[in-house]
Design a protein around this ligand. Sequence first.
Ligand SMILES: [Fe+2]
Ligand SMILES: [Fe+2]
Length: 194
Amino acid sequence: MRQKKGRIFPDRVWHGSSETNLLKQATDAARRVHLCFSRGAVTYTMKLTEALTTEHAIFRIMFDHMERVVPELKAISEIKLLARMAEKILCGHSEVEQNLAYTTLDHMLHEKGCLGRLSTEHQELYACFHQAQKAPDAAESRRLVLSAIVIAREHLNYEEQVIFPLIDQTLQKESLEELGAAWKQQQAVLVAET
Ligand SMILES: [Fe+2]
Ligand SMILES: [Fe+2]
């Protein structure tokens, strides 16, 4: 599929695409983000919170596309395909987020009353995208995917407005950059596995 220059995702990425193609396009988008940071970034090391925020930006582009196309999709298989892809991509992100950030700061986040909410929202997200794949008809699958996107958007906003600033305030710049380097390594492994 021909892709417009400068766009992370092409406009009609989802229509008629196989799962392999969709995953490949998502992976390519992630690679492009890596390249943006690598290019001329010899002296610049990303902080973990910057890396996670960048991934959020990609998710928002993905959600915009999904919200545009899912209401038009008639075939349940296509809706389920998108639900599966979104679940897979978000799971990878959340795992890295939990392993690198939330586990390191679990005491502080627990004291601030944030840890439970983060965990609950991650579970809700997986469950909603997962149920969309088990739905008996297209309408229900569509409804669940669109609900999951609403939950996901709220979750991303919460992390960026509350959690990431807390992490930035708590950890030293060097620690944030070390975690950023660890994020990059984990992403490289994930990209190699797809
Ligand atoms: Fe998260
Ligand atoms: Fe996140």
